[in-house]
Design a protein around this ligand. Structure first.
Ligand SMILES: [Zn+2]
Ligand SMILES: [Zn+2]
Length: 317
């Protein structure tokens, strides 16, 4: 009972975890435990310390997809696993779903099972992003949490809006245009980095925790210079005007040091297919959250559209 009460209390605060176009709303103390790195197919799991989790599998079917067959396949996998471990397994095909919203571009098919744990799950095909999404909330066997489960499942989004896709993980939230792919990432409590790429263009978002410690003896400008030395090594970076905003901020920019790329960029500019020959970055200190944020972009000179969209999309506090 105490556990259920603790859960109810915690549900006051929810956070977004968004990854590969999949966006989840979960209680704020849940954390990502698995994050697939492929857009076309993958798996992600976000969990709590006390045995709750939400798992999402996604894939792009080559032909038309038969959801009933996918559900039957999944049921078989679970049954086989339970048999191996000599556990009871109970499957419910049309479970009661306490909170259910209909969605125009997807018809959702719910299921539930009970074994060592219990789960409420759902599968659908999204016509907009052409992916099959199979999601389930797994809970301890002795808890009645179907409201929590249905709320989490109802809130799952599988693609972005207006051509932008949101990424949110460990307190770093940023949007990049659809079609950009995750290039690199680092996910730690003290430091989170997401880097996206489309051909020669790059957007990189970073978040450092404990800003007050990091900036104790060093100015923001020097901190960012030092941390970005490797990422900036091919560019001649200058500090430009300090942008205005709610927080102290620094703007950096400069062109590539690579002579051949300058030549290529000059030619491609004439052909109206400009090359990414320029780097722009902005960093700021969010004192409310005690964090430092930075957005960098490698882009054709003068084309700041994606950089500015990414910058505007960051919610720091
Ligand atoms: Zn979709
Ligand atoms: Zn802030």
């Amino acid at each position: 009972m105490a556990q259920a009460a603790a859960h109810a209390r915690r549900q006051a605060e929810w956070i977004t975890v968004a990854w590969q176009g999949i966006s989840l709303l979960v209680p704020e103390d849940w954390y990502p435990a698995a994050l697939g790195t492929e857009r076309a197919s993958g798996y992600l799991r976000v969990q709590s310390a006390d045995g709750y989790s939400v798992e999402v599998k996604w894939f792009q079917p080559r032909h038309t997809v038969d959801l009933e067959r996918e559900v039957a396949k999944y049921r078989k996998t679970l049954e086989r696993g339970a048999r191996k471990r000599r556990r009871e397994f109970e499957w419910r095909d049309k479970p009661k779903v306490p909170e259910r919203e209909s969605r125009p571009d997807k018809s959702r098919r719910f299921f539930a099972w009970r074994s060592e744990g219990q789960a409420l799950g759902v599968i659908w095909y999204c016509r907009t992003c052409s992916r099959v999404i199979l999601a389930q909330v797994v809970m301890p066997p002795d808890e009645e949490s179907s409201v929590l489960a249905s709320r989490i499942l109802n809130a799952i989004e599988d693609h972005g809006e207006e051509g932008m896709e949101r990424w949110a993980v460990y307190g770093l939230e940023v949007s990049v245009p659809a079609g950009w792919s995750l290039d690199k990432h680092q996910l730690m409590a003290g430091y989170t980095m997401l880097q996206f790429r489309r051909r020669d263009r790059v957007v990189r978002a970073e978040r450092w925790a404990l800003a007050s410690v990091a900036l104790k003896d060093v100015a923001l400008r020097d901190f960012v210079h030092q941390k970005s030395r490797k990422f900036w090594k091919d560019f001649s970076i200058d500090v430009t005007e300090a942008p205005s905003g709610p927080h102290p901020a620094e703007r950096f920019s400069g062109r590539t040091r690579k002579v051949w790329l300058r030549g290529v960029a000059a030619v491609r500019r004439l052909l109206r297919r400009p090359a990414a020959d320029w780097l722009t970055a902005q960093a700021w200190h969010c004192d409310t959250e005690n964090k430092i944020f930075a957005i960098h972009a490698i882009h054709p000179r003068g084309d700041l559209e994606v950089f500015e969209k990414a910058l505007d999309s960051v919610t720091c506090h």
